[in-house]
Design a protein around this ligand. Structure first.
Ligand SMILES: [Zn+2]
Length: 487
């Protein structure tokens, strides 16, 4: 076995342990920790591109486990859309992309993309609807009791950007704020128990759910719950934050409006899928060690006492069984890193001054799912080694054992210390594992998030709500607005 494959197997074992321990970098005190969203540090142009690229990636993912798509613009000459995925690129990916871009040119609004989205990304949509339902059902009683004690401002302050929705649902405008809020909470719960199908009933259900989700996501009431600093309400705040992210994912498709504007501005935008044959990486199929406890001792670089083993078994009773059930791993280079490995060599060789530049240009990459722990660590190391500034919209900070070391694929002209990129990940994971095991040893009670985050929960507007047609659909005029399924 080559050195990279030895390193890869150890890394994958450590990542598997961290995963079994429910680890996430969020809220951890490490440098360059994951953040759900980094929108506060984005330049305005980066922010605009990031939102568009995130939506493109979300539209092109199927939602199958492991099917993660990343997207970036190559702006060197004619602007070109660069796409990558964790798995192999297939001829169908080109067909789907062409269909998608064509659908954008003929769409009047984002809801005209629903037939495409259901056909291609039903699984992703269903997951988002299901997750919202789970989140709001969990929080339902708390939301109702918080609403009962809440002091209301004006309708406009309570529900910004929701005028069209209010007018459609309450044409006489006589609804009170508490009734409106109660209706939104109830609708988000009761109208999120369907699956998407290629028919107008599903399209209608989605548009109706979107209306309530958008208004609730932007409500002052939810903002107050997510910014509650009272430690007694910490758990409720975390659940409210999760709810807000999930509402954001339902509404993210409305940002297709921006894509429609983009293809009007840039018709026939060329695209390509990254299909580079990467050499010297940690990709392949490997078998991890037989015994999870051996992997723990390797992680700790020392023998485990019987108390250690008892503590781990008590805290993680399913570790041994889960370990045994999946002994073979198939690590792949993640989609966002494929984009960086594809575009950086030409950017670096084309502009040697990039190394000397005091103000590196932010280079956004959109992702259908927020970046994982290892991608964040590797991108940080790559950026500090090259002075480039690649960024994705945020991270869920979680470890995946199928994350492949880029290895020699990170070697490019003018970059001497490329081995350090992988080493930074290996050390970062090792540190987190030893710290976690030290914590397990102490059996300190600490809650670790199990949130399956993905991109698309920034909430700063409701582009889709401006569409007149949607107002009519909400108001009951379904025939006027709903798209027809694809042939
Ligand atoms: Zn990743």
């Amino acid at each position: 076995m080559s050195q990279i494959h030895v390193s890869q197997t150890h890394l994958s074992e450590e990542l598997r342990l961290l995963h079994e321990f429910g680890y996430s970098d969020l809220d951890m005190p490490y440098q360059s920790v994951g953040v759900h969203s980094n929108k506060d540090i984005r330049e305005p142009d980066t922010h605009a591109d990031m939102r568009i690229l995130d939506v493109i990636a979300v539209c092109l993912t199927t939602g199958h486990p492991g099917d993660v798509v990343a997207a970036a613009f190559d702006k060197r000459e004619r602007i070109t859309l660069i796409l990558a995925k964790n798995g192999d690129v297939l001829p169908a990916d080109y067909t789907v992309t062409t269909t998608f871009l064509y659908a954008l040119t003929t769409a009047r609004g984002w809801i005209d993309l629903l037939p495409f989205l259901v056909r291609h990304g039903k699984e992703n949509m269903d997951k988002r609807i299901r997750n919202l339902h789970q989140s709001i059902s969990d929080l339902y009683d708390d939301l109702r009791s918080a609403a009962a004690q809440y002091s209301f401002e004006t309708m406009e302050e309570e529900f910004p950007h929701s005028e069209r929705y209010r007018k459609a649902l309450y044409p006489d405008q006589r609804v009170t704020i508490d009734v409106m809020l109660d209706g939104l909470i109830r609708t988000c719960r009761d109208a999120s128990i369907f699956e998407m199908h290629e028919d107008q009933t599903s399209f209608l259900q989605y548009v109706q759910l979107f209306g309530a989700a958008d208004a609730l996501q932007n409500s002052r009431f939810l903002l107050q719950l997510t910014s509650d600093r009272n430690l007694l309400n910490l758990e409720r705040r975390e659940r409210a934050e999760r709810l807000k992210r999930r509402l954001g994912k339902i509404c993210q498709y409305a940002r297709i409006e921006q894509l429609i504007k983009m293809v009007k501005r840039l018709p026939n935008i060329p695209f390509r899928w990254v299909e580079d044959n990467l050499i010297g990486t940690g990709e392949g199929t490997f078998e991890i060690g037989v015994d999870s406890m051996d992997a723990v001792s390797r992680g700790l670089q020392g023998e485990l006492s019987s108390q250690d083993i008892d503590a781990i078994n008590e805290r993680f009773p399913r570790l041994a069984r889960n370990w045994d059930q999946r002994r073979f791993i198939n690590p792949r280079i993640h989609a966002e890193l494929r984009i960086i490995l594809h575009l950086s060599p030409t950017l670096l060789s084309g502009s040697p001054t990039v190394f000397l530049s005091a103000h590196a240009v932010q280079r956004p990459i959109g992702c259908s799912k927020r970046s994982c722990l290892c991608c964040v660590l590797w991108i940080d190391a790559f950026n500090s080694g090259t002075r480039m500034l690649w960024m994705t919209s945020g991270s869920h900070g979680k470890p995946y054992d199928n994350w492949a070391l880029p290895g020699a694929a990170g070697e490019m002209k003018g970059v001497r210390a490329w081995r350090r990129f992988d080493e930074h990940v290996i050390m970062g994971v090792y540190t987190r594992l030893t710290d976690t095991l030290a914590w397990v040893r102490k059996l300190a009670a600490k809650r670790i998030s199990d949130e399956h985050a993905s991109s698309g929960s920034d909430s700063d507007g409701s582009e889709g709500a401006e569409d007149d047609r949607i107002g009519k659909i909400w108001a009951g005029d379904h025939v006027a607005g709903l798209p027809v399924p694809m042939n």
